[in-house]
Write a protein that binds this ligand. Structure first.
Ligand code: AMP
Length: 519
């Protein structure tokens, strides 16, 4: 495995991306050699390790297809079902808009890749912003969720939770982040948020970066700050932690860094007491070099608000990853949010791409063969398939990506959307003329098949429902209360749960249709 040192001068990522084809071939050969004798692969390969046979015989699958195998592992069957290496835990994937999380098997080799991926990410940031961890600390909002024990005794825990609990990187955590690990691991999201904000404010002069995995958690932190800044200032002034923080880990961790500091309380009070919170992040953390969070895909709707609070700080959307595989890094972290593209890291998983129709963003699998990483075409859209060291084979992640360029021999992808194709949320403007025009524009922007059906009246007009402010916060609370991780939470673009629909439906303040059919 590559080491941190190899990435320091940036040459390693150049080498990996220059030799992507070879690295991908070696990785697939490695996976087949390791796992050819597993129950799953031997069904298709009969013990052979030939990569051509793999592509000919192994089917493209979705989670539902392999769920019976995964369920057996979770139920305690220790035979080599999907992978020859033992499964050590599961990552529940929260990437889906569906209800039940998928359980993704994890092996020690996956954990090594996770470490390597983090090293790659840090090396990219260091190249552009200087060695950030030598100049200060990261204020990164991180939340863990309770682990679930599967009948096998193996734990199912979010990839982020698993990372925070990794003893091996605890030391790095305390040096690198302002948030005490006890606050990150606290199971009450409010106490956790309060303490992470408090620590971030106490150490505000050291903060060189404000971040979260996804944009939602930073915006949640700002909302929380709106409600709690007076209390936070009062705690900072007195050096005493509020009584409602009852979690003993949080109390111990915070008490050790708190002392009465009226000057700091005054300056935070002056900043937060301003009518406009324009640039609040920059004002509170003046040494921050950028804001780090995924702002692509469903998160793009939050760019404007983050820019408002950021007061000119660059938004860096650094990585594209999922519980199934660590995939891409943004090698140009200073690119505009709308131009962000992720270069795939060729030694993370074996990647294949199923071409999808540009207009409908759907695949017609019968006739179309997936292509390898280095053979994708500029401008073409693809659905991502991964084959991993831990036992996923030609697995459809469910994301649609577009090739926007190449770094050496390796493609850069823009994230387009998550399948299935889903509707988008409206804005809360209640002038009926404007809203109807929005409906019209929305329908007009949909593809010709849709517009044709509309013209023929085969489908009804698109309806926009405007919900009360903060409805999506309530939705987030609902999903977090049902087990979603705040660190990995993505606003769903499609709701399947009756309760979740009820939450939004009960907050509708206006319903609008387009009065004309789209041209
Ligand atoms: P999870 O399995 O909970 O880690 O969620 C993974 C999913 O989050 C991916 O399959 C994507 O749909 C989404 N995702 C991850 N990274 C990005 C990104 N950089 N831009 C847009 N969506 C992303």
């Amino acid at each position: 495995m590559a080491t941190a040192n190899e990435f320091e001068d940036g040459s390693k990522i150049e080498e990996l991306t220059a030799h992507a084809e070879q690295i991908q071939e070696q990785l697939l050969a490695h996976i087949l050699k390791k796992n050819a004798a597993t129950e799953y692969l031997s069904r298709y390969l009969n013990g052979k390790t030939d990569t051509k046979l793999f592509k000919m015989n192994v089917p493209l699958v979705s989670y539902e297809d392999i769920k019976p195998y995964i369920d057996r592992i979770a139920d305690g069957d220790e035979s080599n079902i999907l992978s020859a290496e033992s499964v050590v835990e599961f990552y529940p994937s929260s990437g889906t808009s569906g209800e039940k999380p998928k359980l993704i098997p994890v092996t020690d080799e996956t954990r090594n890749l996770r470490m390597l991926y983090l090293i790659v990410l840090t090396s990219v940031l260091n190249k552009h912003f200087g060695n950030i961890d030598q100049t200060g600390k990261r204020l990164e909002f991180m939340f863990s969720k309770q682990e679930i024990d599967t009948p096998s005794g193996l734990k199912a825990r979010f990839v982020t939770t698993s990372l925070y609990k990794d003893q091996g990187i605890r030391n790095i955590f305390s040096k690198r982040y302002t948030s005490p690990i006890e606050a990150i691991l606290c199971s009450d999201p409010n106490q956790s948020m309060y303490c992470q904000l408090l620590a971030g404010l106490l150490l505000r002069d050291e903060v060189v970066l404000v971040a979260s995995n996804f944009a939602t958690a930073i915006l949640r932190a700002i909302r929380f700050l709106e409600d709690y800044w007076k209390e936070l200032c009062s705690d900072i002034r007195s050096g005493q932690l509020s009584d409602w923080i009852t979690d003993s880990g949080c109390r111990n961790a915070l008490s050790s860094i708190m002392e009465p500091n009226p000057r700091l309380a005054d300056s935070i009070q002056n900043i937060c007491g301003c009518k406009s919170w324009d640039g609040i992040i920059k004002k509170l953390w003046p040494k921050a070099k950028f804001i780090g969070a995924v702002t692509t895909g469903v998160m793009s709707q939050y760019v404007e608000r983050l820019e408002f609070y950021g007061g000119g700080l660059s938004l860096v959307s650094g990585c594209y990853a999922c519980s199934e595989a660590f995939c891409g890094v943004n090698l140009e972290p200073l690119s505009e949010p709308s131009n962000v593209a992720y270069t795939f890291v060729p030694n993370m998983a074996y990647f294949e791409f199923l071409p999808v129709n540009k207009d409908t963003l759907t695949t017609s699998e019968q006739n179309i063969e997936p292509v390898d990483l280095v053979h994708v075409k500029l401008g073409q859209c693809y659905e991502l398939l991964v084959t991993t060291v831990s036992g996923l084979y030609r697995y459809k992640v469910g994301d649609v990506l577009k090739v926007t360029g190449f770094h050496n021999a390796t493609p850069r992808f823009q994230f387009l959307e998550r399948q299935p194709k889903e509707g988008k949320d409206g804005q809360h403007q209640l002038d009926p003329r404007i809203m109807e025009e929005c409906c019209y524009r929305m329908e007009e922007s949909l593809n010709y098949i849709y517009r044709n059906f509309r013209k023929q009246n085969c489908i009804a007009a698109l309806e926009m429902r405007v919900v009360k402010q903060a409805s999506f916060d309530v939705l987030m609370d609902y999903y977090v209360s049902r087990g979603a991780s705040m660190s990995q939470y993505k606003t769903p673009t499609c709701l399947n749960s009756r309760e979740a629909i009820e939450i939004l439906d009960s907050r509708v303040v206006g319903k609008f249709f387009s009065p004309k059919t789209p041209i």
